[in-house]
Design a protein around this ligand. Structure first.
Ligand code: SF4
Length: 398
């Protein structure tokens, strides 16, 4: 997950009417199918003042026609151009609150741009600067897999007792599935309320796609036991998630076998190690971490909670933070009166979040400024309507 350096050549000056060299992204390929294509290394260095100046010029040229969203896990070189920073749900809501912004440039990953498209007006166009910026967790629950799971639950005669709850970090298809079956979306901040509501509607929850958030919330917030939770493995042979009918019937929480490749890296050993290195350190981790890591930590919280906890901490305190490295580094710079370290000794960025670099942002801004829209993310209206129902249910959570 560490980023590998990209070999870059000196900047090429852009000017009115001059072809933009940034359009070589995905050279030799169809730009419409850029997914998975690397920057070919022919772009100006991200830190080059000319590139920063180009981004600023394109941003200024678009003015109020554009609104740039920056997720907390984005690089500094990108986040400096964000009109607002936050987690995925907050950003999508902020975009919807800017109906005059024709172009919503989402510096984040694919499912976030989808959510923004679902919540914004038809007039607003959502742009993801690099189509390869996906999310490994969201990709762990595909529409077909989840439909097969539901059919298996129907065959077992339990589907009518099951309320699906999907984490914000899921595709529009999965949010739509959830809305269609009377469930709700949740964030890491409101997962406890979402589970409590779901269990007031049925006797079981199908929690998608992050097993760790589901387990941590069920056990630590709702007081369930670990044996109330079973893991549904969509890859297991037999079509019943690797579970026996009895296990499915007895469980309260059916946890989808998905995880975040960034937060899943932290181990109880990381916690023990940092406590040995920094006596008195406070360990704070995201609930996408494994249950054993959360148990070993002092605090657990969503990204926003981690930020506010550290901002409010007394000067001189020491913190080991178990979340994405860009955010941890930024917290360290913003709180020089505290000791703030990354929980793992190994560098661990979210590789897909880091796909959005300054060259891609410049491309995403200069293109509409030049009258050409690239990388628009759209969700079809039927899917969007069903997904919106699940998002609205989240807003209505008691
Ligand atoms: S940090 Fe994890 S959940 Fe977030 S975008 Fe990256 S892989 Fe997905």
């Amino acid at each position: 997950m560490s980023t590998s350096p990209v070999q870059l050549v000196p900047p090429v000056a852009a000017g009115p009417g001059r072809p933009l060299p940034l359009l070589v992204l995905g050279a030799g390929t169809d730009l419409a199918s850029e997914r998975g294509v690397d920057c070919p290394g022919q772009l100006p260095a991200a830190s080059d003042p000319a590139l920063v100046a180009r981004a600023r010029a394109a941003r200024d040229a678009l003015g109020d026609r554009a609104f740039v969203l920056g997720h907390h896990y984005q690089r500094d070189e990108v986040i400096q151009f964000a009109d607002v920073t936050g987690d995925s749900y907050k950003l999508a809501v902020q975009a919807a609150g800017q109906p005059g912004a024709e172009f919503v440039v989402f510096c984040g990953v694919h499912f976030m741009a989808e959510s923004a498209d679902i919540l914004t007006s038809a007039r607003q166009k959502v742009v993801l600067p690099d189509l390869a910026a996906g999310c490994s967790m969201a990709d762990m629950a595909t529409y077909n897999q989840v439909e097969e799971c539901w059919e298996a639950l129907e065959d077992l005669g339990v589907a009518d007792q099951v309320v699906p709850v999907t984490y914000m970090n899921s595709s529009a298809d999965i949010k739509a599935f959830t809305g269609r079956h009377g469930g709700t979306v949740c964030t890491s901040a409101n997962a406890g309320r979402a589970l409590a509501w779901a269990l007031s509607q049925g006797s079981k929850v199908l929690f998608l796609p992050d097993q760790h958030l589901g387990r941590n919330t069920a056990v630590l917030e709702l007081g369930m036991g670990l044996d109330d939770c079973v893991v549904w493995n969509p890859h297991a042979p037999g079509g019943t998630g690797g579970l026996t009918p009895e296990q499915v019937r007895d469980a309260t929480m059916l946890l989808w076998r998905g995880h975040c490749s960034v937060h899943g890296r932290f181990s109880p050993g990381c916690v023990a190690d940092v406590r040995a290195r920094i006596p008195g350190v406070n360990v704070i981790v995201h609930p996408e971490c494994q249950h054993e890591v959360v148990l070993a930590a002092d605090y657990i919280g969503s990204t926003e909670k981690i930020i506010s906890t550290i901002e409010q901490a007394p000067a001189g305190s020491a913190w080991a933070v178990g979340t994405e490295l860009n955010l941890v580094q930024r917290l360290g710079r913003a709180n020089p009166d505290k000791t703030i370290v990354f929980l793992d000794k190994t560098v661990c960025y979210c590789s897909t979040m880091n796909r959005i670099d300054l060259p891609h942002l410049v491309w995403a801004l200069e293109s509409p400024a030049a009258g050409r829209l690239v990388n628009q993310i759209t969700v079809d209206e039927r899917t969007a309507a069903q997904a919106r129902a699940a998002l609205e249910q989240m807003l209505a959570l008691p």
